[in-house]
Ligand binder design. Structure first.
Ligand code: N01
Length: 543
């Protein structure tokens, strides 16, 4: 069933719901499914005009997932995971979007989802104990009320627009990778300037270069990237996984990023130099994020991490013809400290005569004019600017909603960084849940199973409340404070706080520098289960 048919019904939506879900990405869709299984009335509001969340918006050339397809999908339905056929090791954005639409069809989610509707505000009503939400759509606003609000707003959903003087005056074409035009962009024969060198840039630059007359890449910080070695999926491999999908999933889940990650229980210093090189070479040859799991101390020990840095530096030197350019493309930060990138021919692209690098450390951008990106050295004339400048990650979407609880606003509470208990709820905001919120493994795990775990935890919690006729749940401040302290303590044992990454909000001007995700899937799962076993320890439930 296509969603277009349902637009007509949307105006007739009732105004009171048991639950409102914000966002129709993978989190919002599954949340809706689970709420309906509880027999609750639920409505999803989505700003875009389709499902898929980040995969709906990120349509830049080369956009694909860097978690293997067989793991980057829902597992809640055995029938679904058996019937769906992924075509490549790493699925493309169009294929993932097709999958999201298939799920919406298969579970008949469309009637309870409303598109082109942005949730602008959520205000707790003390008298009724409900949330009143302000919705903006078609140049109008209206309000709905719900007993529960679930923020399924995504970790990487709000584009980070750089504040470069004159950007608005640019007369050519201006695109952000995170909100790429749905009809695609023809770059044939154009002079393109790409600002940023994160995952989105590293995936798109080779494809942009394949079309454009010239590509200038404006780099502030180089990133490490390992080859993807993407390929069509071998039917025998798929059949094997499908014959034991549940077991495969269970094993993956203990590893955070999945079985392909092949976490090692060896330290860099447990092996000889030759063994270490062989391990890195093996992982490099297989490709993908598993490189980071070659040794168990890479995320924690500077000296261990330095060996991985050196290995990748040599690889970059081998992939880029001009040694001076190779040096500029080589990071000096710990590997993995900024999100590791996965590429197809990124570094090699710079060997083409029409591709060049502008090192912003040497010559910073001063402004954009109608026709150029100006640095302290000169004006770079371009027809197209591609902003690959990332996202206001993890908190951006929630902070753009004016959330007001009984004691005040969420933005005030989070002014010095987000605070949430288990990344699921935040003290002072009853009956409001976050899916993969700050303080949960989220972006330091395979997002799909993390989403499923949160959705199931929230659905079970609401089910428990219904069963026990409890109307209100709120995280305790003490439990939240202790959890946030723990999240930071764990992060401080790692390399993560050592560079300016979006994990820390460092990419967004004025954002508080706080490490947002929780490092460690197995202990997190244990903690979540323990909280439930102890009768929602750290939460207050009442009538
Ligand atoms: O964003 P980023 P992204 N002037 O924040 C630069 C996931 N993802 O969209 O490092 C000049 O990583 C900024 O420079 P610096 C994945 O988790 C996954 O690429 O801040 N430059 C940086 O180089 C990923 O990590 C996939 O100094 C400016 C770049 O822009 C996350 O999304 C694919 C600037 C932003 O890099 C985000 O990736 C794509 C300025 N004013 C994304 N402002 C896959 O599954 C920012 N920059 C493969």
């Amino acid at each position: 069933m296509g969603h277009a048919e349902h637009h007509a019904e949307q105006n007739a939506a009732p105004e009171q719901y048991d639950a409102v879900v914000v966002g129709a990405g993978f989190a919002g869709m599954y949340m809706l499914h689970r709420l309906r299984l509880l027999g609750l009335s639920a409505r999803v509001y989505e700003a875009g005009d389709g499902v898929g969340g980040t995969w709906f918006w990120n349509r830049y050339p080369g956009a694909r997932c860097d978690i293997p397809s067989m793991e980057y999908s829902y597992q809640f339905s055995e029938a679904l995971q058996q019937e769906w056929e992924w075509s490549e090791r790493y699925a493309t954005q169009p294929e993932i979007l097709k999958y999201a639409n298939h799920v919406a069809d298969r579970f008949e989610l469309w009637p309870d989802m409303q598109f082109n509707t942005r949730v602008e505000a959520a205000e707790y009503q003390a008298k009724s104990g409900t949330w009143r939400l302000t919705l903006a759509h078609d140049d109008a606003t209206d309000e709905v009320e719900a007993r529960f609000v679930i923020m399924a707003t995504g970790c990487l959903s709000v584009p980070n627009m750089p504040s470069i003087e004159g950007l608005d005056d640019f007369a050519g074409e201006l695109y952000h990778t995170g909100v790429w035009p749905h009809e695609g962009v023809d770059l044939t024969g154009k002079r393109v300037g790409v600002i940023g060198t994160g995952s989105s840039a590293i995936q798109s630059i080779p494809l942009i270069a394949a079309q454009a007359a010239s590509v200038e890449v404006f780099q502030r910080t180089p990133n490490y990237s390992v080859p993807a070695h993407n390929a069509p999926l071998d039917p025998a491999y798929v059949a094997d996984i499908k014959s034991r999908y549940a077991e495969y999933r269970a094993e993956n889940w203990q590893r955070g990023f999945g079985a392909d990650f092949r976490d090692s229980d060896r330290s860099v210093f447990d092996v000889t130099d030759a063994e270490r090189e062989a391990e890195y070479e093996d992982r490099w040859a297989r490709g993908g994020l598993a490189f980071l799991a070659a040794f168990n101390d890479l995320p924690f020990d500077d000296a261990a991490n330095a060996t991985a840095q050196e290995f990748i530096r040599q690889k970059i030197a081998g992939r880029v013809d001009d040694p001076e350019l190779a040096t500029k493309l080589t990071p000096s930060t710990p590997v993995g400290c900024k999100r590791l990138c996965v590429d197809t021919d990124y570094y090699e692209t710079f060997n083409a005569p029409h591709v060049s690098l502008v090192d912003l450390n040497e010559t910073p951008i001063t402004r954009v004019t109608a026709t150029s990106i100006e640095t302290t050295a000169r004006a770079h004339e371009v027809d197209v600017i591609v902003l690959a400048t990332g996202f206001d990650a993890m908190t951006g979407a929630v902070s753009r909603i004016d959330v007001r609880g009984p004691e005040g606003s969420l933005n005030d509470k989070w002014a010095r960084g987000p605070r949430a208990y288990l990344g699921l709820a935040t003290a002072g905001f009853p009956n409001l849940f976050l899916v993969t919120g700050p303080g949960s493994p989220s972006v330091l795990s395979n997002m799909l199973p993390s989403i499923e775990q949160h959705v199931e935890w929230i659905a079970d919690c609401i089910g428990y409340m219904e069963q026990h006729q409890l109307g209100r749940i709120e995280a305790d401040l003490k439990a939240e404070d202790e959890w946030v302290t723990h999240v930071n303590e764990v992060a401080d044992t790692s390399i993560y706080p050592k560079c300016n990454s979006w994990y820390l909000g460092a990419n967004v001007e004025g954002k508080s520098r706080v490490f947002m995700p929780y490092l460690g899937v197995p202990p997190y799962l244990e903690k979540c289960a323990d909280v439930v076993a102890k009768g929602y320890d750290g939460f207050t439930l009442s009538n």
